[in-house]
Design a protein around this ligand. Structure first.
Ligand SMILES: [Ca+2]
Length: 285
């Protein structure tokens, strides 16, 4: 079975929650195994709320780590407080592991190769790579990232450009990671609005309602996660543009040098938006 480490900002936006629903369902169906989750934006209720979310999905005892220094992203998402208050979570920000230590521990102790999904800021990934490049390259077979804006040179997207740490981490990670990376960019998910079909007693509906997005939200994170679960970009109905991605740490802008032998690729939709929307909505309902 394919095994995943999952990084998420689990921050103010609810597209992470839609993505986590896809992951939870795939995990419960036995298609994939989630080995651990690393939260890379630290809010008051981060660990408690993600723990509560997975509890209501039917998954307890997930290993959850958090970057406790990442308190500088701002925002105060109401869905997290509501989730945290609705379940007495055994894990919280105080007793959770450091995300980098969690990743290193899981990589060190895994006999098989692991895939990494990142739907948030890249500083934990960059720190793991920096601290043990050999381990990373021997244990990680592929990285799937929602990041960047690839329909123009110099494009800017939140996960890379948010603050100095995310910008520096993005530059470092793109420059130094020799493991293949598939990027799903801002331009792919923006116009695909998912989650408008949920029942009102569904916790995911409530999270989206808290955000004012109960009629649907851009599917950046869900589209990336679903592609990773399928495990084949073409089967997930995307073309791949291969080459080498880079990020300028001064302003977070991203660039792409096309090369058929490149280790990086960004995704281009093969189907109209409606195709991805209906598929994701059917899987999260
Ligand atoms: Ca996210």
């Amino acid at each position: 079975m394919r095994k995943f480490l999952v990084g998420s900002d689990w921050w103010t936006d609810c597209d992470d929650a839609v993505a986590m629903r896809l992951l939870a369902r795939a995990h419960l169906r036995g298609e994939i195994e989630i080995l651990g989750i690393g939260i890379n934006a630290c809010m008051s209720y981060s660990v408690e709320s993600i723990c509560a979310f997975f509890h209501f999905e039917g998954i307890d005892n997930l290993r959850i780590g958090i970057d406790k220094e990442a308190t500088d992203f701002g925002g105060n998402p109401p869905y997290q407080k509501r989730l945290a208050n609705s379940y007495n979570s055994p894990q919280n920000n105080e007793n959770a592991s450091d995300a980098k230590s969690l990743y290193l521990d899981i990589l060190q102790n895994s006999k098989e190769k692991i895939e990494i999904i990142e739907i948030g800021y890249p500083q934990v990934l960059a720190e793991v790579l920096k601290s043990d490049k050999k381990l990373f390259e021997s244990k990680v077979s592929k990285v799937w990232m929602m990041a960047g804006k690839w329909d123009e040179q110099g494009g800017k997207e939140n996960n890379f450009k948010r603050n100095e740490r995310s910008r520096k981490a993005a530059e470092y990670f793109c420059k130094n990671c020799l493991v293949p990376i598939t990027f799903l960019g801002f331009e792919v998910g923006e116009s695909v609005l998912v989650g408008g079909n949920l029942d009102k007693d569904d916790q995911l509906y409530k999270a989206m309602h808290d955000m004012g997005c109960e009629n649907g939200r851009s599917a950046w994170d869900p589209m990336l996660v679903l592609t990773a679960i399928i495990g084949d970009e073409s089967e997930a109905e995307y073309d791949m543009v291969f080459g080498t991605a880079s990020v300028d740490s001064l302003d977070g802008s991203n660039y792409f040098e096309k090369d058929e032998k490149g280790k990086h690729a960004y995704l281009v939709k093969k189907q109209p938006d409606e195709y991805y929307k209906e598929l994701i909505n059917s899987l999260i309902k």
